[in-house]
Design a protein around this ligand. Structure first.
Ligand code: SF4
Length: 214
């Protein structure tokens, strides 16, 4: 897809949602980091049902480290992979205390060195907490990039790099949210709802889905 078509695609999404935000509940960079770690292979809604009580019990890295995996676990049992996530959240809180003065580092390498934090999580934290123009490729963006022709790629990293190349710099930070929300609610995995898609004109998907019969 040419860059001007990619820009038009994103501007169509922007027109429908000028100020997009993450759907995860958080208070500050630390609680955002924990929420994103918990959201791996889980829905934001499932994470949001658990985190208010967890963050009330442990609002800081010091409190979270003190709570430990045994104390974190009961708060997050309804989230998939909760045992491993409880261990990771306790360990990352401890690492923040020992290596970063209890602060979330604004640095990709330091973020990716934390337990349970990969490139996607680091990209979300850099984007949402620190305002950086990063592109976190989750399952929705990976599918959407390939389906629409916006950013074809065999791996999340290939899709990320293509999106960064094709997206106008001034749209890049919000593009992360536009694409996730579009994939979650319109360009869905099983059947995209092309008949109500604001970017249908710019999309290269050949088998656009018509409106269901009434
Ligand atoms: S037209 Fe269909 S396939 Fe293309 S972006 Fe919209 S919902 Fe997705």
């Amino acid at each position: 897809m040419p860059r001007d078509q990619a820009a038009a695609f994103l501007r169509a999404l922007a027109g429908a949602n000028p100020a997009p935000e993450t759907e995860l509940l958080y208070r500050d960079p630390f609680t955002l980091l924990v929420a994103v770690v918990l959201s791996a292979q889980a829905t934001d809604a499932a994470v949001n049902r658990c985190t208010p009580a967890l963050f009330a019990a442990a609002p800081t890295p010091a409190a979270m480290a003190a709570l430990g995996a045994e104390g974190i676990g009961p708060h997050i049992r309804r989230i998939g992979l909760w045992q491993g996530k409880a261990r990771n959240v306790a360990a990352l809180a401890q690492q923040l205390m020992e290596q970063h003065g209890g602060e979330v580092p604004r640095d990709r390498a330091a973020l990716e060195a934390l337990p349970g934090v990969g490139r996607k999580t680091a990209n979300v934290v850099l984007n949402v907490a620190f305002g950086e123009a990063t592109m976190a490729v989750d399952t929705h963006i990976f599918r959407l990039g390939n389906r629409t022709g916006l950013a074809p790629g065999k791996t999340p990293r290939e899709v990320e790099d293509m999106l960064v190349r094709r997206c106008p710099p001034e749209l890049l930070r919000d593009a992360h949210h536009w694409l996730i929300l579009h994939g979650r609610y319109v360009c869905k995995a099983r059947a995209p709802e092309c008949w109500r898609c604001v970017a249908a004109t710019q999309c290269n998907y050949r088998d656009k889905v018509p409106a269901p019969p009434r």
